[in-house]
Design a protein around this ligand. Structure first.
Ligand SMILES: [Zn+2]
Ligand SMILES: [Zn+2]
Length: 175
């Protein structure tokens, strides 16, 4: 197993720019117009490697784009996810956490603080999906979450302390 490079909470501006360029190309290929709001939502997601929720993205965008409503952020994320331009983890319509990284990878999830980190698990790629399939269901990908405790929560502080640290995400600071 190896961590995916560039999945720390803060990605470099050059990396975010590359992801946004790729996003614009994939939107055009999908016949989707690259609107200012769509791009802003994607950029905020690309900047945030923590796999934020829709609410957390809305909170980070609200200050920069006062005209952007929470409902619009939800709608944009849903439409991008339907076209597989972003990935939703552990939730259905309106819920879950989001990922700008749509390449094949799985997630390590800390059960104490909720931190979610990208990993590539050898042997757990698309090849691990049963070739025979499941009748009546179209399998698109494997979505594996390995649950445990992150290095921070395994520290001497213990779980009780970690829980007190794991408050809801504050709006991201502006850069
Ligand atoms: Zn943790
Ligand atoms: Zn991810």
């Amino acid at each position: 197993m190896r961590p995916v490079p560039g999945t720390a909470s803060d990605r470099s501006p050059a990396e975010v720019a590359r992801w946004c360029e790729s996003f614009e190309r994939r939107c055009r290929a999908a016949g989707l117009r690259v609107t200012t709001q769509r791009l802003a939502v994607y950029r905020a997601l690309a900047e945030d490697g923590s796999h934020p929720t829709a609410d957390s993205l809305y909170a980070s965008l609200h200050g920069r784009m006062p005209g952007l409503s929470r409902a619009t952020v939800y709608r944009i994320l849903d439409s991008l996810e339907r076209r597989q331009l972003v990935r939703r983890i552990g939730g259905s319509l309106g819920g879950g956490r989001f990922d700008a990284n749509v390449s094949t990878h799985q997630h390590l999830v800390c059960r104490v603080c909720g931190a979610m980190v990208d990993v590539v698990l050898p042997g757990w790629s698309g090849a691990a999906v049963p070739a025979s399939g499941v009748p009546g269901f179209e399998i698109e990908r494997l979505d594996v979450r390995l649950v445990g405790r992150c290095s921070r929560c395994r520290g001497s502080a213990g779980e009780a302390d970690a829980r007190s640290r794991s408050r809801p995400r504050a709006p991201r600071r502006r850069r």
